[in-house]
Design a protein around this ligand. Sequence first.
Ligand SMILES: [Zn+2]
Length: 163
Amino acid sequence: MSGPGQYLSDATEGITRPEDLPAAKIVQRSRQYKYQPCPRCGERCLRVRRFTRILHDVGDLVASRPRDIHLVYSQHRCANCRKYFNADMSDYALPKAHYTHRVVSLAVRLVVEDGLPYQAASWHLWRDHRVFVPYATIQNWVEAGGKKGGQPNGRRLPRLGLG
Ligand SMILES: [Zn+2]
């Protein structure tokens, strides 16, 4: 019998090593510019080099695979300020982060709004969104959010149709 409600277990259930999970689909993105304005003084600054940064994004549910963004970005040098700066990538992720904003906000919501324990949130992100986030990383995000100003909403949101 098969039908919309048929139970199929997740093929990856029980896998404990990330390297055993299906390979990520690579998505190329670019934040490369020849010139960028200096964020301090506004001077037009030439590109001096390029870097690539890998960001884990929400996965590809159709292919059932994780998705990594390979983001190539330019670094510029301001002759006035004598400082280096990178092309703006803040719409993708925080500086030095390994995950996109989408992943971080999904994870934090699972814990803060839905009340999932960190390990359950980690499994949920993998099973339903195909992104592997160690539970300790989720814990760091939630605790960092708490320090910055607490939960946006002091109480847990009611779940629609439940309870
Ligand atoms: Zn400058």
